[in-house]
Write a protein that binds this ligand. Structure first.
Ligand SMILES: Nc1ncnc2c1ncn2[C@@H]1O[C@H](COP(=O)(O)OP(=O)(O)O)[C@@H](O)[C@H]1O
Ligand SMILES: [Mg+2]
Length: 361
């Protein structure tokens, strides 16, 4: 059997650009090279696409676009749809794309729309699921509609920022608040506030990343995560836990080994009943947002055993030590087998969608 050609897509116009490159290198190293050939496509910080070569890509100080060849795409084509700008040469027949692009422009449906336009099946949810899952406000509205609990919040819009009434927000949500951009990840632009001055600084910071932000009631509880995998019949993994030494799970504790953040996989001291309930909530959240492929569902478990969905990540951190793959490893699926499964789900979904009629007759 000939090998499948996988376009591994990483980087992107996003504050999570570097995190994406790290995730992609883990995937590149672990992908089953007996089944797959990998084509490396880097998206620069400004959003341009480049074909990268392994020798440069694997360097510690690799920068997308420095040595790569710029690419262009041909919408509507079913093969040879990605080509080198300078020569017009095709990257060859590609079977499936694995975008591991976190955050805006990569995880929010925009890249997914472009991949649909060039007829490439891809890993992760389709356009609708990716975009609603990226928007924490829209996700919350859909969760509430489906009876899935989440933290109470107030939504603020930048064009109405002069009307923000701190006292009223505190009256509704209490004085300990989380402020976050509606569309972002890796805790970029997320702040906790306890008083008016820190609230004002936090909203100014969040409005730099988005024109819409959330002010949430601070939830006191355990921070737990569940990995979901599959298309029409998704499966939920075992549960993991984030334990923070001090503060909250901010960018520094996620990537710079600060604040003593520890991952427990699986989470300890959870009853079988609570594990099952979290898995059920994770699957319901997945289906309620029209997700397919992969997604990590993050929840809080309160002292009363209430489960509140915090957020979902449709292209979660994917290094071999990241929560999503580790949860599947603990559930019995090794990292490289997980990659194979994910690619198979992407290909079968691509075939399913391409078989739908696009003419009237
Ligand atoms: N309402 C909340 N109550 C308590 N902690 C929160 C709340 N919202 C966010 N946090 C903390 O901030 C972190 C980042 O927020 P999150 O909404 O997950 O944003 P991101 O998409 O950037 O990961 C969470 O992992 C958690 O530690
Ligand atoms: Mg998060």
């Amino acid at each position: 059997m000939s090998k499948h050609q996988v376009a591994l897509i990483f980087g992107g116009k996003s504050p999570e650009h570097e995190v994406s490159i790290v995730s992609s290198k883990s995937i590149y190293n672990a992908i089953d090279k007996d089944i797959y050939d990998v084509i490396l496509i880097g998206i620069s910080q400004s959003g341009k696409w480049y074909l990268e070569q392994e020798a440069n890509y694997l360097q510690y100080d690799f920068v997308i676009g420095e040595q790569g060849e710029e690419l262009f795409v041909l919408p509507g084509h079913t093969k040879d749809q990605i080509r080198i700008l300078s020569s017009g040469e095709s990257l060859g027949e590609i079977d499936v794309a694995f975008p591991i692009t976190h955050g805006p422009n990569g995880e929010d449906g925009t890249l997914q729309g472009l991949l649909n336009q060039i007829n490439l099946p891809f890993v992760g949810p389709d356009v609708l699921g990716s975009s609603v899952a990226m928007d924490k406000d829209v996700s919350k509205r859909l969760f509430q509609h489906a009876g899935i609990s989440c933290a109470d919040a107030v939504i603020l819009h930048r064009h109405l920022k002069d009307e923000i009434d701190y006292e009223k927000i505190v009256e509704k949500l209490g004085s300990t608040l989380f402020i976050k951009p509606a569309n972002m990840g890796s805790s970029v632009g997320v702040h906790k506030s306890e008083d008016r001055a820190s609230f004002e600084a936090a909203i100014a910071a969040a409005f730099q990343y988005d024109i819409k932000i959330l002010v949430e009631k601070a939830v006191v509880g355990r921070e737990l995560e569940c990995a979901v995998l599959g298309n029409e019949f998704p499966k939920a993994s075992t549960i993991g836990e984030i334990v923070i030494g001090k503060g909250f799970y901010d960018f520094e504790s996620k990537y710079e080994d600060k604040n003593n953040a520890q991952l427990f996989i699986p989470a300890e001291n959870l009853s079988a009943d609570i594990i099952k309930k979290i898995q059920d909530v994770a699957i319901r959240a997945y289906q309620c947002l029209e997700l397919e492929g992969i997604t990590r569902v993050d929840v809080f478990l309160t002292g009363n055993n209430d489960i509140l969905v915090n957020e979902v990540n449709t292209l979660p951190g994917f290094t071999s030590i990241s929560m999503y793959p580790k949860l599947w490893e603990k559930s019995g699926m090794a990292y490289s087998d997980l990659i194979t499964h994910i690619l198979q789900y992407a290909i079968s979904r691509g075939h399913r969608n391409q078989s739908l009629k696009s003419t009237r007759k």
